[in-house]
Design a protein around this ligand. Structure first.
Ligand SMILES: Nc1ncnc2c1ncn2[C@@H]1O[C@H](COP(=O)(O)OP(=O)(O)OP(=O)(O)O)[C@@H](O)[C@H]1O
Length: 259
């Protein structure tokens, strides 16, 4: 299968404070990779490096074989959709206007969005099931609705790779399931996804693969089962997870999906 993302020996510091080093992993087309790790491990920083928002000290990132350095900021934005860890979305725009703004990387300088951009924005809203919110001011959305709008705004870029930074962390259970279902659907349509999460059970439900970041290193990477049950993970979270518990996790999280 075609390689979508390759991260090679990545290192990043804030000033003289190292966050991680020697981080390497790859992702194939249509795969979901969940990055696990405790608070402050560097998950958001890693995703921001891949999105081109932060410049790594060392290492390389390739999207479909192309070095992101040569793609440049606009090229990265055309290929990668980034959904930040959610803050309040308070802009004086409607949902449709806000999502149309996600087309910026595809527009020439100073050009206004055209009918095709608006069509794509409406398709993105439909894809995440929120067409009915198109004319709602973004400042008047619930947390769950805002999260879906942020995902729609990333999708309108038509990215090959979607980066999601803890998209379920502030949501109630029903909205967590909605987000997980949406992520699953996008992967089934061929999109590659990297998702930060604190929740090993969410990684199980979704992830083809997982990686665990801790103490400035990628301490485990591979199949979700292998990563979550690894000795490294038990030392990160202070608990041992057995395969039996994984089956329980899956059952618990999957039950609401059978409504
Ligand atoms: N802009 C910044 N300047 C300096 N240090 C920062 C900055 N942003 C984050 N850090 C520090 O870098 C480390 C990694 O932070 P990061 O937000 O990437 O971790 P995380 O794994 O995403 O955490 P969480 O799960 O709590 O969101 C933390 O120690 C944090 O305090």
């Amino acid at each position: 299968m075609e390689l979508m993302l390759e991260v090679k020996s990545l290192a990043f510091s804030y000033g003289n404070r190292p966050v991680f080093e020697n981080v390497s992993f790859s992702l194939k087309k249509g795969e979901i990779m969940c990055i696990l790790g405790p608070n402050g491990a560097g998950k958001s920083t890693l995703i921001k490096c891949i999105a081109g928002i932060l410049k790594p000290d060392n290492g390389s990132i390739y999207i479909q074989g192309e070095d992101t350095v040569s793609l440049g900021v606009r090229g990265i934005a055309r290929n990668i959709g980034y959904v930040p860890q959610q803050n309040e979305v308070v802009f004086p725009f409607t949902v449709l206007d806000f999502v149309v703004m996600g087309r910026a990387p595809h527009l020439s300088m100073f050009a206004s969005p055209g009918t095709e951009d608006i069509k794509l924005a409406k398709e993105s809203l439909a894809m995440v099931g929120i067409s009915g919110l198109a004319e709602r001011p973004v400042a008047k959305l619930s947390g769950g609705q805002s999260q879906m709008v942020l995902i729609a705004r990333a999708l309108v870029q038509k990215p090959a790779l979607l980066l999601l930074d803890e998209p379920t962390s502030h949501l109630d259970f029903g909205n967590q399931i909605l987000v997980l279902e949406t992520v699953q659907k996008l992967a089934s349509l061929g999109m590659s996804i990297v998702m930060n999460t604190h929740m090993p059970d969410h990684a199980f439900l979704l992830g083809d693969r997982a990686a665990a970041l801790s103490g400035g290193r990628l301490v485990a990477a591979g199949k979700v089962e292998t990563v979550v049950t690894s000795k490294m993970m038990s030392s990160v979270y202070g608990v041992n997870v057995a395969i039996r518990e994984i089956e329980d996790m899956k059952r618990k999280v999957c039950l609401p999906l059978r409504r």
